[in-house]
Design a protein around this ligand. Structure first.
Ligand SMILES: N[C@@H](CCC(=O)N[C@@H](CS)C(=O)NCC(=O)O)C(=O)O
Length: 369
């Protein structure tokens, strides 16, 4: 009898939303562990080298982290109901939207959580008893402030700054409208079943926008098709239900084009700006040493204005994953994707000249030559 998988991650956590929805959709039996203080800071760190959520323990007692690697491993082990499309364009868009969901939405989700104090009651109610189960309430409340402080110190670096609040609110309202219109017509981003694209996006949508009281009420509830998609992602059809097909003929829905337009005109420039910072650093940086988690400030387009934040080199690892997915396609399929990108204003994605990166905990390092 195998021990089940154990998923260590709170409902509050962005990336745990991604893996929990994935495990549930795949029908992979798992124990959903609400990570206590000892596991977070001592045992899970000893096993993986990082203090992070989520972490997945396999029945063979392997400890996996990084949601993209977890999904790759589980896709190989559980081939039923695959979430990586087989056709070239949908496959490339799935990797791209996974990266966008993982990386671009972080400031938005942190803004909708930490800029609105009414959200803190849920944080305290979830994080306190998770960290110190069975302890007195006042200690649980006190300990909940510790990870909250760790998150708040990151706000400025990711661009959550008072003078940018209006810009983020405007961008978000517009993007959520596009998503709502899309989900009015299609159950998932690429058609009839969830793919990597949906699991990337649900990271911000489940725990932050869809569950924290302020954004759930003000941003998500008025957009009922988006609300229904978040709920479908969290409570998918029973395992064994036949997987509905993606759009026929490798098509991308017209309602997804405004979303992809933002990806090409805002997210890709962010990747270019991070790459420029990394390239400036490399000549004088010790080979193989993990890069700092956060570099200097970059300016990127957002909703026709300029958004300022720090460059996080990790985002380039996600970009590398997108480009690897593209380069692993046979040449004729690469042409299909390249032509589509050129037609839709996305060709700069393929021009990103990334150094080869390896993941090093929550950071990235140059791969040894
Ligand atoms: N890219 C990682 C990101 C994981 C991550 O950033 N998790 C957050 C919680 S949702 C965290 O634990 N952050 C701790 C930190 O940033 O120091 C993944 O996909 O697993």
């Amino acid at each position: 009898m195998h021990k089940p998988f154990v998923h260590y991650g709170w409902h509050l956590s962005y990336f745990s939303g991604k893996t929990r929805c994935y495990l549930t959709y795949k029908g992979i039996p798992f124990e959903d562990n609400q990570v206590n203080l000892y596991n977070l800071m001592v045992r899970n760190k000893r096993k993986t080298g990082v203090v992070v959520m989520p972490i997945l323990r396999t029945p063979e007692n392997e400890w996996l982290h990084d949601t993209s690697l977890i999904i790759d491993r589980l896709e190989a082990r559980f081939p039923q109901a695959p979430v990586i499309p087989q056709t070239p364009l949908q496959r490339s868009v799935a990797y791209l939207l996974e990266a966008w969901g993982d990386e671009w939405w972080i400031p938005i989700a942190m803004h909708t959580r930490w800029s609105y104090p009414e959200n803190y009651a849920l944080w305290e109610q979830d994080a306190g008893p998770a960290l110190l189960p069975h302890f007195p309430k006042f200690l649980q409340r006190r300990i909940a402030a510790f990870p909250a402080g760790k998150m708040r110190v990151m706000l400025h670096a990711v661009g959550v700054r008072p003078e940018q609040a209006q810009l983020m609110n405007d961008w978000t309202a517009n993007m959520l409208d596009h998503l709502d219109r899309h989900f009015a017509e299609h159950p998932y981003l690429l058609g009839g079943h969830p793919t990597l694209a949906d699991f990337g996006l649900v990271g911000s949508m489940y725990g932050h926008l869809g569950r924290d009281p302020w954004p759930a009420r003000e941003l998500v509830a008025p957009r009922r098709h988006l609300r229904a998609w978040i709920d479908r992602m969290a409570s998918p059809p029973a395992p064994g239900t036949a997987q509905q097909p993606l759009l026929a003929d490798d098509r991308i829905a017209d309602t997804l084009l405004p979303v992809l337009h933002s990806v090409f005109s805002e997210f890709v420039p962010m990747l270019e700006a991070i790459l420029a910072q990394v390239n400036r650093l490399l000549p004088t940086y010790p080979a193989g040493k993990p890069l700092p988690r956060s570099l200097g400030e970059i300016e990127i387009p957002m909703a026709g204005q300029t958004f300022r934040r720090n460059a996080l080199p990790y985002s380039l690892w996600m970009a590398q994953r997108v480009l690897d997915g593209y380069r692993n396609l046979p040449p004729a399929q690469q042409d299909t994707v390249g032509n589509w990108l050129r037609e839709h204003g996305g060709s700069r994605l393929l021009e990103l000249d990334l150094p080869r990166l390896r993941m090093a905990g929550l950071r990235v390092a140059l791969e040894a030559q």
